[in-house]
Design a protein around this ligand. Structure first.
Ligand code: GAF
Length: 367
């Protein structure tokens, strides 16, 4: 904690995430298996008594200063909407939230598909929860963060990223059932098996509010409606046979991906992390072919990582850019990293960022 003039300023932070498997199913009542990264978004926050919200960030650039009463759908625009939107959602749910000064002092890499937006939302949520003495359960904070993103920013995302940022614990992946919101901590410590998860940021940036994400979500909802089901969670491959040709592959991805999450969790529960590689590969193939959310750079990263010794690899997050993950024996980390960098250089692409992912803790107070 530090003091700036009369104000007491404290720090809170929330992590980015990768999703091990269960992609694009969080808006279809499916199962996801994210884990939190060591990379965190840090906010310094202090209460204001005049009902205004100010925010600035060196990484994002620019800042805002507006009355909380003026926060709402589309306002403020840009990155500050994720932060202000959380206060708006908490107030809208009846919680006594007032003005705040916010400084974002470090961020999860932006636009890398590692959930920098949810990290910002969730850091603000835990700050507001403590500063205004709300004492809310984490799942309720997660709901406020999702509303900020859906209603203030206007991105029709599901709730996986916010659940990951708020509920993940170190050394675990979070099994999230988005049908009832239930969660289970699944022990996940790749280093214990001589493995590492590499995160390969392709440096291709994509905005989840640009229409493609919403189009996939709309297709899934259309497919459930056509089948007369509340969601595709309980659909079988046979159920899908009557769907139109444009909806069939989208629905097939959802149904097959949910099944793969169950298989991965069973293998992890049985202590067989080394055996999940083919399921990661199948997830990527499904996302690329059936769901059409990959891109050439992600496909290249995944293929080269496998060829250089990864046990399995897939895109992670919303896709159309962002990051891929690869499950790699520790003795192959350098070989895989070098091979991916060399392949990107040969193809004339921007050099990717490659880092190892450490299953880390969720959001909290830093000092
Ligand atoms: C993005 C969204 F924000 C998540 O809700 C999820 O749908 C993910 O893409 C794909 O699994 O990160």
């Amino acid at each position: 904690m530090s003091t700036h003039g009369w104000c007491r300023v404290s720090r809170w932070s929330a992590p980015g995430r990768v999703n091990l498997i269960g992609e694009h199913v969080d808006y279809a009542q499916g199962l996801c298996l994210p884990f939190a990264l060591a990379e965190r978004t840090v906010v310094e926050a202090a209460v204001r008594s005049d009902g205004r919200f100010t925010a600035r960030s060196d990484a994002e650039g620019g800042g805002v200063d507006l009355a909380l009463d003026d926060v709402g759908p589309g306002s403020p625009a840009g990155w500050a909407g994720y932060a202000a939107g959380v206060l708006w959602a908490l107030r809208d749910a009846g919680h006594p939230v007032g003005g705040m000064d916010l400084t974002v002092t470090a961020t999860v890499p932006l636009g890398a598909g590692l959930s920098s937006s949810a990290a910002l939302e969730c850091a603000v949520a835990v700050a507001a929860d403590e500063l205004f003495g709300l004492g809310l359960p984490r799942d309720e904070l997660a709901r406020a963060c999702v509303r900020a993103e859906n209603e203030v920013v206007g991105a029709a995302t599901g709730g996986m990223d916010q659940a990951a940022a708020l509920l993940c614990t170190a050394g675990h992946a979070l099994l999230l059932d988005t049908r009832d919101g239930s969660t289970r901590q699944v022990p996940f410590a790749p280093a214990d098996d001589g493995l590492a998860v590499l995160v390969i940021d392709t440096r291709v940036r994509h905005d989840l509010a640009d229409g493609q994400y919403g189009a996939r979500r709309a297709a899934v909802e259309k497919a459930s409606a056509a089948l007369g089901m509340p969601s595709l969670r309980d659909a079988t491959p046979a159920d899908l046979e009557g769907l139109d040709a444009d909806l069939l592959p989208r629905a097939r991805h959802i149904v097959s991906e949910i099944a793969r999450v169950g298989e991965v969790v069973a293998l992890l529960d049985a202590g067989r992390l080394r055996d999940i590689g083919p399921l990661l590969d199948a997830s990527h193939a499904s996302l690329a072919r059936d769901y059409a959310v990959s891109c050439a750079e992600l496909d290249l990263a995944v293929q080269v990582a496998r060829d250089a010794g990864a046990l399995g690899a897939r895109m992670t997050g919303g896709g159309f850019g962002g990051s891929a993950i690869a499950l790699v024996p520790v003795e192959r980390i350098d070989a895989v990293t070098d091979a991916v960098r060399a392949a990107f250089a040969r193809a004339g692409l921007t050099a990717p960022e490659v880092r190892t992912a450490e299953p880390s803790a969720g959001a909290g107070r830093d000092d």
